[in-house]
Ligand binder design. Structure first.
Ligand SMILES: [Zn+2]
Length: 112
């Protein structure tokens, strides 16, 4: 699960917006940010999301007042122009697809 405080995630694109999620005020308060985020993540997972954007957490020093924790549950995927396999890259020399960890291109033999 990726959690972002902004409305976009570098190298990913949003393919589906599932909806706003939040945890109840009393819950948000009694927890620190990390615990509140974990609860929000579980909610997002139940909705089938793989990321939360626009995450916000606001605690409060005073029990019962300003606590809130919310976000937008979304489904994201890698932005990967040209081909689907994220473990592949292009050869620096010939431009053909090679494995990301390949030291030499299997097509032209050039060092990567
Ligand atoms: Zn090559």
């Amino acid at each position: 699960m990726i959690v972002s405080k902004t409305d976009n995630i570098p190298t990913k694109r949003i393919v589906s917006i599932l909806g706003n999620i939040s945890i109840r005020r009393a819950e948000a308060f009694s927890e620190n940010e990390e615990k509140a985020m974990q609860k929000l993540i579980r909610k997002a997972e139940r909705m089938g999301a793989n990321a939360i954007i626009n995450f916000s957490y606001r605690g409060s020093g005073t029990w019962g007042t300003y606590g809130s924790c919310s976000g937008l549950a979304v489904i994201i995927e890698d932005i990967n122009p040209g081909h689907q396999d994220q473990n592949m890259v292009y050869c620096r020399n010939c431009g053909k697809v090679i494995e990301i960890f390949a030291r030499f291109c299997k097509h032209c033999g050039s060092k990567q």
